[in-house]
Ligand binder design. Sequence first.
Ligand SMILES: Cc1ncc(COP(=O)(O)O)c(C=O)c1O
Length: 779
Amino acid sequence: MVTRTERTAVGLDAWLAEEYGFAGELSPIGGEGRNFVVTTSEGRRFVAKLDEDGSDWGEQDRAIDAAHSALAPLGVALPTVVRTRAGLIESMRRTADGRTMALRLLNWVPGVPWLESGPPTAARLRDLGRALATLDVALARVDLPAARRTHHWDLAQAARHRPLVKEVRNADLGTNPRYVRRELADWAFHVYTACAGPALPALPHSLIHGDANDENVLVDDGRVSGIIDFGDSLWNPTVCDLAIALAYAMLELPQPLDAGAEVVAAYHAVRPLSADELRVLFPLVLGRLAVTVVTAASRRAIDPNHPTWFITEDRAWRLLEKLAAFDPNAAATALGSGAGLDSASAHGASVPSLLEHRRAHISSALSIAYREPIKMERGSDQYLYDDRGRPYLDLVNNVCHVGHCHPRVVKAGQRQMARLNTNTRYLYDELTQYAERLAATLPAPLDTCFFVNSGTEANDLALRIARTHTARQHLLVVDGAYHGHSSALIAASPYKFMGPGGSGRAEPWVHIVPMPDGYRGKHKGHGLAAGTAYADEVGRVIAEAGAPIAAFMTESFQSCGGQIVPPEGYLATAFRHVRAAGGLCIADEVQTGFGRAGTHFWAFETQGVVPDIVVLGKPIGNGHPMGAVVTSRNIAASFANGMEFFSTFGGNPVSCAIGLAVLDVIRDEQLQSRALELGTRLRDGLRSLMDAHALIGDVRGVGLFLGVELVRDRATLEPAAAEATELVNRMAKRGILLSTDGPLHNVIKIKPPMVLTADDVDMTCRVFDDELGRLGLTH
Ligand SMILES: Cc1ncc(COP(=O)(O)O)c(C=O)c1O
């Protein structure tokens, strides 16, 4: 640790005299005792800087020299280096206490910090933009290997500090009572991560100053006169330099975005910004402010009276409160108004107009998610973005399994669509390649594939295959199950025929077995005893059916039924009963397959069984309409009885290319193990909220197939359906998409794209905690 006694410890006065040939008055600057103002007898001023390491930044000094010359016509100075008498940029010495120290001398830059020079005029704001752009253009000419580093304030890596949001105490109400500070910090990181994060790698990178804050930008006579302190400079997306400067220039201003627009316009006139750079500015500003406030919150426990750690904190909170009134698109438009950015939200119909047109042409049998309908404009990874540019963490769409619009999947489809798309009566590589790859993920003897276009078609076909193979008609289904929207499957889906608008079981060939629900059902618990008891119910229903059954159709885990993982041993014993009665076992993996369970690729594998027929859908094409049935050669042979099977689109080359890309991405991005790790983290995080929130009755599931059941009373299990709906709507307003399900509509469903991150998980738990608290049902 360098101390105030450093001057004497290193013999600074003599050192300066020997290396630079002058004596001067020394007075320390800052709290750390490393920097001194040197005033010579002729009144010239310099800054002497001591460091424990020598620098290998000679190139940077040349860059600063060049930038200094470029800035001179603007009347802006930089701290250029003064060379030693020997012509070196620094002097290295071993000190009496055995350390190696480096001494550098910098030319004095006139002016007072921006922070101390009063509210900025428009001219000063434009000075800042112009000076920074001129600096960035000059620095961009230098390739400095030593700058390829990171540090705490590296704005391109701001998401690293997101876990510190938990250090912000929710009791810290800001000046605007609408906002709670932790909520503001979560929002700022969310917008930064979802809106800037994915765009940054493709933006132009260069050496940047990296810390043009309101202490490092100097003002003299009302104009920007200098930019000092290159200590945080690094190789970064160039636009980060501007975003950092904006974050400080907008502090405490009544119309921060208008002021910011002045800076941006002047910057753009010197170094033109692309539309992509302009769009990330607002999220980057939020990122910088978020790092400022969470860093301060986390340091408070270390030293609440530190002289410099908290100087920006309150002002940064106040700016965040102001910026929270803006959507990303509106903010981008405001900031980029002088830089030629088109209004990003001007195209397409508005939400009210879409609703009106929808009412005219779309059946109201199809409801819309959320109380305030959301118009989605695009998707990427685990995020969806609405027409106002607001990002949503998608925790409910298991269709976009490897992430919305995954580039490898998109490219595979586009490439194939441009080359060949035909039907399965021809030979082409993609069909057999895909069938082989899919079959390889399944245990023997499941090796024969049928390709269709949806989960419904696949279940319908599975039922036909089972009926043909067994020459029987009757079907066992699980209470609360949903298998598809065809007539046959609605008749086989208690979720529908027992739910709103349903009129009960209509078909005598359908037999319902109880849902293997260890929480709410007849047999409690998740162990073998409950599993066997529920499986024996299957045996009982078979015995009572009064007709031989063709098959038992069951989801490996119940999804519409309320995110239920059956108790141990359930499927093994249930399948034994079915097979003993001559029936086939159909596993509907439409919701659960492709690694979601985490421990296994297929959810039925977690129960140690091999079904006779497996049904695949939703994630299989990552949003491209596909479905598949896989069974054994033997069962498939019975189905080849002369009546042809043909699906016009099923198994076409485009679908197969997409299916192959999905399998590749799951393997290459190790999404199954990610589901296990993050699903466990999310389940544990949500379970830890149970102490504080009596409303949570149960948190269950495996991998990224999770459910949170809300109850008004943990003893009676009175369902809290209205609360669940309210919570889901509140979460959506906070940028997290969830939905409710289960026969009592009180289970919150969680089945996100598998590209979730640990930060997403932690944010979800924090926001869940906040919003449950606001429902007012805490202990
Ligand atoms: C378990 C299950 N099976 C089948 C289906 C029907 O799939 P699709 O909507 O692709 O026809 C669904 C749809 O939600 C489902 O959840």
